[in-house]
Design a protein around this ligand. Sequence first.
Ligand SMILES: Cc1cc2nc3c(=O)[nH]c(=O)nc-3n(C[C@H](O)[C@H](O)[C@H](O)COP(=O)(O)OP(=O)(O)OC[C@H]3O[C@@H](n4cnc5c(N)ncnc54)[C@H](O)[C@@H]3O)c2cc1C
Length: 390
Amino acid sequence: MSFFLGFSEEEKLLQETVRQFAADHLAPKIEKLDEEEGFNRDAFRVLGELGLLGITVPEKDGGAGLGAVAATLAFEEIAAVDASTALSFLAHSILCVNQIAVNANDEQKKKYLPKLISGEWLSGMGMTEPGAGSDALGMRTKATKSADGKSYALNGTKTFITNGPVGEVFYCYAKTGEGKKDISTFLVDRSMKGFSTGKKFSKMGMRASPTSELVFDNVVVDASARVGNEGDSLRMMMRNLDLERVTIAGISLGIARGAMDAAVAYARDRKQFDKPIASLGVIQERIAEASAWYDACRALTYQCAKMWDEGKLVGKEASAMAAKAKLTSAQMATKVGLECIQILGGYGYIREFPVERFMRDAKLIEIGAGTNEILRLIIARQILGDAANG
Ligand SMILES: Cc1cc2nc3c(=O)[nH]c(=O)nc-3n(C[C@H](O)[C@H](O)[C@H](O)COP(=O)(O)OP(=O)(O)OC[C@H]3O[C@@H](n4cnc5c(N)ncnc54)[C@H](O)[C@@H]3O)c2cc1C
């Protein structure tokens, strides 16, 4: 299946490489890791060797110098086998590493990028808080500047942070003023005094992508760990959310494809009433619908990613387009996951077959990086303008 025709030779080669990586390093392990809520740390060392942990980082900064299309392709290929590793890879490469490459100064890049790109260090991003999810600007984690201006004391708690239990570095947002928009960014190391990662959450899906709180108990951070100017992070945070939404749609595409591949193979093989169930109209209808919606979402997602790479996706239109790619792909993947379970009947409901895992993993993308409801608001406001506010 390759509906989108705009891939470069380099992107097609990347797709093949990542497909092989997933078959060799993820497929043999994911069932057990999902069961035990483990983490495939070794996969990140290999991704580092392949040069993919800094997939969107310019070559001059040690990255692969690729863009949103390449990242989305990589996430799709990985998620078709193991969506958990795709999610942890995205949190590392798009939410932290890409942000450092785009927003940090040369000294910060030199300190963090080599180890993050080689896979020696893992990372994540801390925005969500127990009392501030969809309303991200309601965050309460505070960074208080010292009298001499040389450091900040961080206090507060972030929650639901992907790679929290396994990361060494976190790209964290905190308030440096009383206003909703007074948000600054700090690079926090696991080794800093007063920093801890709280409890690891036990989850319905994405069970091999560890999630936890980040707790800041008077963590003293040197002013040199602040990214950008004080109080100036809102625009960077929102821009990265748009990139996250485009590329995370790749995870939904991969999940849907993985579930469909399993269901199609099963439908060809499974006989009832002396005929393969693939000959039944109701099964064909399910497979046809799933394939059509997958292709539609894939076309939209890669078109958005391509526009991003060409610098054509900016401002409110970028936010609305990214929201559309994620909203449609995420809902499609959950629906396809459920339909594929139905195709497998009882075998779809038990853990020896991967489709129930794909469905559990799919649901997360309807929540993380902006819930369906928030994405609909973004799209509606872009279409309706001021009238949307009454
Ligand atoms: C597995 C996992 C990994 C995650 N990884 C990260 C991470 O790495 N970093 C990070 O910062 N965050 C992360 N998140 C957090 C995620 O982005 C939030 O869960 C999400 O933004 C929703 O916030 P919330 O859970 O507080 O829900 P709430 O905001 O409390 O929403 C609850 C419900 O109310 C609805 N709602 C809220 N406001 C409105 C409104 N104005 N209009 C209509 N409906 C509304 C929501 O759509 C939802 O249905 C992760 C979450 C999960 C589950």
